[in-house]
Every structure is written in C-alpha cells, then in structure tokens.
Write a protein that binds this ligand. Structure first.
Ligand SMILES: NC(=O)c1ccc[n+]([C@@H]2O[C@H](COP(=O)([O-])OP(=O)(O)OC[C@H]3O[C@@H](n4cnc5c(N)ncnc54)[C@H](OP(=O)(O)O)[C@@H]3O)[C@@H](O)[C@H]2O)c1
Length: 264
C-alpha cells in the first residue's frame, strides 16, 4: 500500500485527532471520524472538506465500549469500502497525586480509554488492514516509556498500550500490516490537560517547549507515508529509554521538576 486512500481516526472531534484529519484530508485521504461528541466531529468534517476532502463519514462511538469499537470499524468499512489506516488516537489523561484521588474508578476509566479501546479497535480492524496491507497507528506517549508525577493511571495505561503493541508487532510479522507507535511529549492546542481525570485535574498548557498539534499531525502523517515503526515528538525524546536505563535517578529528578512546574 502507498499513501493511505482511506483512514479511520478515533478522537477526531478535537485536538491532535482533528489536526491529523485535516492533514490527511489535504493529501486526499477519505476519512471516517470517530468520537463521542457529534458537534466536534461535524466541525472536523467541515474543516476537512475546506482542506479539499470528500465529505468524511462521522461515527459517534465511545471506545471504552467493546461493542462500539466493533460498530465503528464496521460502519467505517461499509462507508469507505476499505480501511487502509486505523489511527488509535482517542485518549484521556489524569492530573492528580495518587493519594488525592477520591474515586479509584478513574483508574478503570483511564485503562479503558487509553488501552482497551485501542486493543478492541485494532482487533476489529485487522481483517481490513490485512486485506489492504495497511497501517495501524497507536498514539502512545513518552509516558509509555517513563513515569511521571500526577499521572499514575495514565502512565500505566500507556505502558500497557506499549507492551500490547510490541507483542502485536511480532504476531503480525510477515502479514503486510505496518504498525507505527507515536510517542509525543507535550502537545499544545489540545484539550487533554483540561479534560484530565483527577481531583486536582487542571494541569495547565503553559509549557513553552510544547509542540503544536498541527506540527505533530504533520510529523505523524509523514511517518505514515514512510511506513515508519516509531516516532518520538520531539525527536530527542527517543533518548529517554537510554536515560531511564543509564541514569534513572537523574531522569526521575528531571521529570519531577518539569511536571511539578506545570502543576503549581
Ligand atoms: N496533549 C498532549 O500533550 C499529549 C501528549 C502525549 C500523548 N497524547 C495523546 O494524544 C492523543 C490525543 O490527545 P489530545 O491531546 O488531542 O487530547 P484531546 O484534545 O482531549 O482530544 C481527545 C480526543 O479523544 C476523544 N475521546 C476521549 N474519550 C473518548 C472515548 N471514550 N471514546 C471516543 N473518543 C474519546 C475526544 O472526543 P470526545 O470527547 O468527543 O469523545 C477527543 O476527540 C491521546 O491519546 C493522548 O494520550 C497527548
């Protein structure tokens, strides 16, 4: 498969999902846009058409429900004819010290949206991706590789996604299906920190070293085109696993200081 002619994007009603949709629309990809919020999806669809796309398919679905994941893939496949690319992007973060969390059910919700949703969507879409020789894109996080304060449940779910994806790569060896894992650090221009789970849940967006969601989207679409297997945003973050292995205390100190700065 060359550049994907069709793509399904979860979490396309806002943030990075919306920007990836617009970027793919510019390149002529026909899209199925998925999220819970129909209004946000309609706005993304409008922006995609303005960018030159044919009218995208809109599927309202909650990826924390297994039956919704099957339905969203079926409706997308029926509307698009094929699925060349599935982008598992829907996600939710947290922003609270572990002991301040009053409702432990948030850990279940974070696991459902950040881990189980992508697993269920991947499972339902793989027959289509095998037929098209397509690509499965996992929007993970640098927190798939390291820990971070106030993010216990989110980091755990993104680590689970990483373990799942690395094993799936081996299951799919020789299948013709490509897997791209994306590890962004801070992204600006999204709602993620404002919709975080947790008692102290309003982490701010003031990081000056954040990469814009538009820039992120461009880099991700470029990586899809190259059929890359991983993408760190920014690129130097690829050194994190090495730092975690070689200088674990130093890395913890650095991350703690950096994240706490945004918390105060
Ligand atoms: N922002 C960052 O700094 C950052 C850093 C690293 C990784 N990431 C990852 O990037 C991805 C996109 O995040 P973002 O920053 O663009 O966040 P965002 O602006 O909050 O967008 C999240 C998207 O996910 C959708 N979503 C949330 N829960 C859902 C559910 N249960 N079912 C279906 N859709 C759901 C939301 O739509 P509805 O509410 O309409 O359903 C929205 O479209 C996430 O996987 C996130 O973990 C972000």
């Amino acid at each position: 498969m060359s550049f994907p002619a069709t793509a399904v994007i979860t979490g396309a009603s806002a943030g990075l999902g919306r920007e990836m949709a617009i970027e793919l629309a510019r390149r002529g990809t026909r899209l199925a846009l998925v999220a819970r919020g129909e209004e946000g999806l309609r706005e993304t669809a409008r922006l995609c058409v303005a960018a030159g796309a044919v009218e995208p398919i809109i599927v309202t679905a909650d990826v924390t429900r297994a039956e919704d994941c099957v339905r969203l893939v079926n409706e997308s496949a029926a509307g698009l004819g094929t699925i060349d690319c599935l982008i598992n992007n829907a996600g939710q973060s947290m922003w609270a010290p572990f002991e301040s969390v009053d409702d432990p059910a948030i850990f279940q919700r974070l696991m459902a949206v950040n881990y189980l949703g992508p697993v269920w969507c991947a499972h339902a879409s793989l027959p289509h991706l095998r037929r098209s020789g397509g690509m499965l894109v996992m929007i993970a996080s640098v927190q798939s590789k390291i820990g971070a304060p106030y993010h216990t449940g989110y980091t755990a779910a993104k680590h689970a996604l990483e373990g799942f994806t690395e094993s799936l790569r081996m299951d799919l060896d020789g299948s013709g299906v490509g897997i791209l894992t994306v590890y962004p650090s801070w992204i600006s221009g999204t709602r993620l920190r404002h919709s975080s789970e947790g008692k102290n849940g309003n982490g701010s967006d003031k990081g000056s070293d954040a990469v814009s969601s538009m820039d992120c989207a461009r880099r991700i679409v470029g990586a899809i085109e190259r059929r890359a297997t991983s993408l760190f945003i920014p690129r130097w973050m690829a050194l994190l696993p090495f730092f975690r292995w070689a200088f674990p205390s130093l890395l913890r100190h650095f991350v703690l200081r950096k994240v706490k700065r945004y918390h105060e």
